[in-house]
Ligand binder design. Structure first.
Ligand code: GTP
Ligand code: MG
Length: 195
C-alpha cells in the first residue's frame, strides 16, 4: 500500500468538491497541531507530502492522498483552535463535520490524541458525532516521544475510559511517534487490513 509513492490528489473546501467515492478511505481527525499531517507523512515515508507546521490551523482543506491499490488517506483540518478568523474556522468545522458524518466510503476515522494531554472535551464531541454517524473510529496517540514514562499509563487509562463511552470506538489504541517512528508500522498494517 505504502511501498509505491503516495500522491496528493486534491484539496477540498466544500462537500461538492469531494472526489468520487470510488474506493474506501480512512481519515485523520484531531485537534489542531496534534500531528495529523505529520502522521500521514510518516505513514507514507514522504516528509513533505502533507504540510505540517507548528502553527495550529495549518491544514485548511480536506486533503486527499492516494495509495497504491489501497484507500484514500484523508488529512483533515484540525478542530479546537486555530490562528484564523472565527468565520473561517467555523466554515472548516462545518465542512469537517459534514464530511465525518456523511461520507459513505469512510471506512475508519483515526482520531488523534496528543499522548501528553489525553482526550479533551472537543475530542469527545467529535467522537459523539462519529457514534451518531456510525463511523468506526480508532484513537491514535501522537507525540509518544514527548511523554514521560511515568505519565504514559495515566494517559492511556484516561483515553481508555473516554473511549468506553463511545459505541463507535474500536477498542485497540495505537501509540505513535511520527518523529521516532513508533507505532507507524502497526498503523500501516491496520490500514492495509481494512477493506
Ligand atoms: P493542523 O493541520 O494545524 O490541524 O495540525 P496537524 O494536526 O496536522 O499537526 P502537524 O502534523 O502540522 O504537526 C504539528 C506540530 O507537531 C509540528 O511542529 C510537528 O513537527 C509536531 N509533531 C507532529 N508529530 C510529532 C511527533 O510524533 N513528535 C514530536 N515531537 N513532534 C511532532
Ligand atoms: Mg495538518
Amino acid at each position: 500500500l505504502f511501498a509505491a509513492p503516495t500522491e496528493f490528489l486534491k484539496g477540498v473546501v466544500a462537500m461538492d468538491g469531494l472526489p468520487p467515492g470510488d474506493r474506501p478511505e480512512v481519515c485523520f481527525a484531531g485537534r489542531s497541531n496534534v500531528g495529523k499531517s505529520s502522521l500521514i507523512n510518516a505513514l507514507t515515508g514522504r516528509k513533505g507530502l502533507a504540510r505540517a507546521s507548528n502553527t495550529p490551523g495549518r491544514t485548511q482543506e480536506i486533503n486527499f492522498f492516494t495509495t497504491t491499490g489501497g484507500p484514500y488517506l484523508v488529512d483533515l483540518p484540525g478542530y479546537g483552535y486555530a490562528n484564523a478568523p472565527v468565520a473561517v474556522v467555523e466554515k472548516w468545522q462545518r465542512l469537517l463535520k459534514s464530511y465525518l458524518a456523511g461520507r459513505a466510503t469512510l471506512r475508519r476515522a483515526f482520531v488523534l490524541i496528543d499522548a501528553r494531554h489525553g482526550v479533551k472535551a472537543v475530542d469527545d464531541e467529535i467522537m459523539a458525532l462519529l457514534d451518531r454517524a456510525a463511523v468506526t473510529f480508532q484513537a491514535v496517540l501522537t507525540k509518544a516521544d514527548k511523554v514521560k514514562d511515568k505519565d504514559r499509563d495515566t494517559v492511556l487509562a484516561q483515553v481508555r475510559t473516554a473511549l468506553a463511552k463511545h459505541p463507535a470506538a474500536y477498542p485497540e489504541l495505537v501509540l505513535t511517534s511520527s518523529e521516532k517512528g513508533d507505532g507507524i508500522e502497526t498503523l500501516r498494517a491496520i490500514i492495509a487490513a481494512l477493506d
